[in-house]
Design a protein around this ligand. Structure first.
Ligand code: NAD
Length: 468
């Protein structure tokens, strides 16, 4: 149910039609406008990088280098990729026309959808608001942006910067929480792009259904990681530790839990202990490169998932500082608190299983994850992961970084979401590829299938349509 709380500081029924009017004026369609907006966004990420990084530091304790890696530079790479390929992506694509319709020509011509709404979460609050914006602008849409109120410093910073760089008629940022989002969702959009949890996704989808608005839902869930003894444990542990403890574990594609045999688990734990020290030192709390939990509510939620009896690494915390140490739980079971829903924090349970067969069964029995990771050099087993599991993405021998390859569409499947973006896939989400067909008046071959029907028409249908 959508809450009935009245909107606080703006009129959605005035704002959205105004943005639509800009779109209807054809404002956003020219390639020059799209390129200029993407370049302006890039300038914002360069000229105001310090302000953006400071906001990320305030909200998530994220250091500037990590912010650059996962937010501003990430976005700049997406922009550069879009600017490099945009003309080619927008070129109408010729399609083959069957003999039955010849002579004729067909093209798929991309057109913008109209006004799109982008709703972002708090964990990568810059990247996840602006990466969909890149696709929406490249496709020539007008956009309403709704940053997360849970990361208030980033929301306020972007609310200040976006109007300074982007076309104010066609790109509007609305700050606020549930009331503001609810008010926006009552309006008609041409696409809604939502990133966040699956409970709110249902609210978004129900609201979109009222207007038959298509949605992209970028959700989360528990992303499993299998590891066996065929890999170099030192490198594997370092990669796992980085992927899990980046942004203090608040990453939608972070490995949520590990599946391993007891023998491999023992070796992995020993190597993880070393890797965590290598990455964050002996006291991550004092290391400015280790992040913080977004708020007190999430600190409490995470502490309830740490079973002190199973803590083999970490477990320490300082609630006042929103700090939770990189923590590994072993042996975890499917019934543990840490295994009930997505952890979304620096806590890594390791679930012992008998073998790879048991791991595959464990994964298949659960909802389709956003990402699945397998650390193994066994080629037969790798193929089994490809053939016998379903997930938003599958990565071998590394984790998380797969989403920075712009030609690999990023998105979930089943419970982890619908629709995928990045690179050209973003343009596709925010475009309609309109089939445009042209047939000369002469020769008038269509006449062959017009009434009066008879044996000849039947033969033509059979010959041209079925065999042709
Ligand atoms: P959040 O609480 O910031 O919510 C996301 C957005 O939904 C916010 O803009 C918020 O204002 C809005 N919202 C919240 N309640 C609402 C309501 N009742 N009605 C309308 N709008 C509402 O973020 P979150 O959901 O805690 O984000 C974390 C989740 O997002 C995790 O499950 C994570 O895995 C997932 N996630 C997925 C991706 C991805 O790309 N697939 C990326 C990051 C996070």
């Amino acid at each position: 149910m959508i809450s009935d709380t009245p909107p606080i500081h703006f009129r959605a029924d005035v704002l959205v039609p105004a943005v639509r009017a800009a779109f209807d004026r054809g404002h956003t369609r020219p390639l020059t406008w799209r390129v200029a907006q993407l370049q302006a966004l890039d300038r914002m990420l360069v000229e105001d990088a310090d302000a953006i990084h400071a906001a990320l530091q305030a909200d998530l304790g994220k250091c500037a280098v990590e912010s650059r890696l996962t937010e501003t530079a990430f976005l700049r790479a997406e922009i550069a990729h879009a600017l490099k390929h945009l003309r080619r992506w927008l070129r109408p694509k010729r399609v083959a026309i069957p003999l039955s319709l010849q002579p004729a020509s067909g093209r798929l011509v991309p057109e913008p959808l109209g006004v799109v709404l982008v709703i972002a979460p708090w964990n990568y609050p810059v990247q996840l608001l602006l990466a969909p914006l890149i696709g929406a602008l490249a496709a020539g849409n007008a956009v309403v942006l709704k940053p997360s109120e849970v990361s208030p410093n980033v929301a306020a910073t972007l609310a200040r910067l976006v109007p300074r760089y982007l076309d104010n008629d066609a790109v509007v940022l609305v700050e606020g929480g549930v009331a503001e989002t609810t008010a926006l969702l009552r309006q008609q959009f041409d696409h809604i792009f939502y990133t966040g949890n699956s409970t709110v996704a249902r609210v978004v989808m129900a609201a979109a259904a009222q207007h038959l608005t298509p949605v992209t839902l970028e959700l989360g869930g528990k992303s499993p990681l299998w590891i066996d003894d065929s890999v170099d444990m030192t490198v594997a542990a370092r990669r796992i530790a980085w992927a899990k403890f980046l942004n203090a574990g608040q990453t939608c594609v972070a490995p949520d839990y590990v599946l391993a045999t007891p023998a491999v688990a023992d070796t992995l734990i020993a190597h993880l202990r070393i890797a965590i020290r290598e990455l964050y030192g002996s006291d991550p709390r004092t290391n400015p490169e280790y992040g913080r939990i977004i708020n007190d509510h999430h600190v409490e939620r995470l502490l309830a998932r740490i079973d002190p009896d199973r803590c083999v690494i970490g477990g320490g915390h300082d609630a006042g500082d929103r700090y939770i140490a990189p923590t590994v739980l072993y042996p975890a079971t499917a019934d543990d608190a840490s295994m009930q829903d997505e952890i979304f924090g620096p806590v890594l349970p390791i679930v012992p299983v008998a073998d790879a067969e048991a791991a595959l069964a464990f994964i298949r029995e659960r909802p389709k994850p956003l990402a699945l990771y397998a650390f193994t050099s066994n080629r037969t087993l790798r193929q089994r992961f490809i053939d016998e599991t379903s997930s938003g993405a599958l990565a071998f021998d590394f984790a998380v970084a797969h989403l920075s390859a712009p030609d690999m569409p990023f998105g979930g499947i089943g419970n982890s979401g619908m629709g995928a973006y990045h690179g050209e896939a973003s343009l596709r989400i925010f475009s309609h590829f309109k089939p445009v067909m042209t047939k000369p008046l002469w020769p008038d071959t269509l006449r062959l299938i017009f009434p009066p029907y008879g044996k000849t028409v039947e033969r033509v249908i059979d010959w041209l349509l079925v065999r042709g």
